[in-house]
Design a protein around this ligand. Structure first.
Ligand code: NAD
Length: 261
């Protein structure tokens, strides 16, 4: 699904093409909207074709130049095919990547974390960004620059989100640092966003249960509420743009103050 050319927008990402994985909903979609509003051509990668169609139409109706690509980021061959389609659409380098696709927290103790759950969560949340970064880095290196923003979590630092999820997000933060260290001198900046509880499809069901125990930490964070996807998107835009030109390998926390308590 591809929209036609739109009026030229001059913004913080003018002339750039961005791939946003998990771009069909929540934080990814909000980020795609901000990137597009700042002049980027956006390519949404997502496994959920229905949400992907809706998201691409929404962006296109708003005047964005957008392509939706159905892909499972945990599968290398699928990622390679998605890169091919995306390159054709971009017609030039893809220099902005947001590794954002993710499966939710698992909230079960280690002994109840079966191997298939572990493999699935690590596959999407950690192997996915590894595969996608490896697939898009060569073209960034070719043009001498690019930006990668990885959606980690406060689970990268604190316990209580389930071993598979926490390990995937701590691993993604480590991957962020390694990428930043390996390619920073080649013009590629890589940073992590670590959100706290943000109201998206991933968490809505959980929060709507109204479980007092689950809600306790949210009610007691300084912000006293969940975050909104747009509040994380603002950070993604900052890290994707030249405004953050001296920031390499950082983990930027946006959690309403959860982790200071
Ligand atoms: P979301 O469910 O709205 O978005 C996740 C997207 O990833 C969905 O569109 C989903 O279809 C897609 N996806 C899942 N598996 C995929 C796969 N194998 N290949 C491609 N796409 C796939 O939830 P969200 O809250 O917007 O999550 C975005 C990111 O933010 C995730 O990485 C999540 O772990 C992280 N995060 C969310 C919160 C929160 O409270 N919502 C907090 C911290 C971190």
């Amino acid at each position: 699904m591809t929209s036609g050319m739109r009026d030229e927008v001059v913004g913080k990402l003018s002339g750039k093409t961005a791939v946003i994985t998990g771009g069909a909903s929540g934080i990814g979609l909000a980020s795609a909207e901000r990137f597009a509003a700042e002049g980027a051509r956006v390519i949404l990668w997502d496994i959920d074709i229905r949400s992907l169609d809706l998201a691409a139409s929404r962006l296109s109706d708003a005047g964005a130049e957008v392509l939706g690509v159905q892909v499972d980021v945990s599968r290398r061959t699928a990622v390679e095919q998605a890169v091919e389609r995306s390159m054709e659409f971009a017609g030039g380098p893809i220099t902005v990547l947001m590794n954002n696709a993710g499966l939710p927290g698992t909230y079960v103790p280690v002994l109840e974390t079966e191997e298939d759950l572990w493999d699935r969560v690590i596959g999407v949340n950690l192997t996915g960004p590894y595969q996608v970064s490896r697939a898009l880095l060569p073209s960034m290196l070719e043009v001498g620059g690019g930006v990668i923003v990885n959606t980690c979590s406060i689970a990268s630092f604190v316990a209580g989100f389930g071993a598979a999820y926490a390990a995937s997000k701590a691993g993604l933060l480590a991957l962020t640092r390694e990428l930043a260290s390996d390619y920073g001198s080649k013009g590629i900046r890589v940073n992590a966003i670590c959100p706290g509880a943000v109201e998206t499809g991933m968490t809505r069901e959980l929060f709507s249960v109204g479980d007092e125990e689950l809600m306790k930490p949210i009610n007691s964070v300084p912000a006293g509420r969940h975050g909104r996807p747009e509040e994380i998107a603002a950070l993604a835009l900052f890290l994707a743009s030249e405004e953050s030109s001296f920031i390499h390998g950082a983990a930027v926390v946006a959690d309403g103050g959860w982790t200071i308590r």
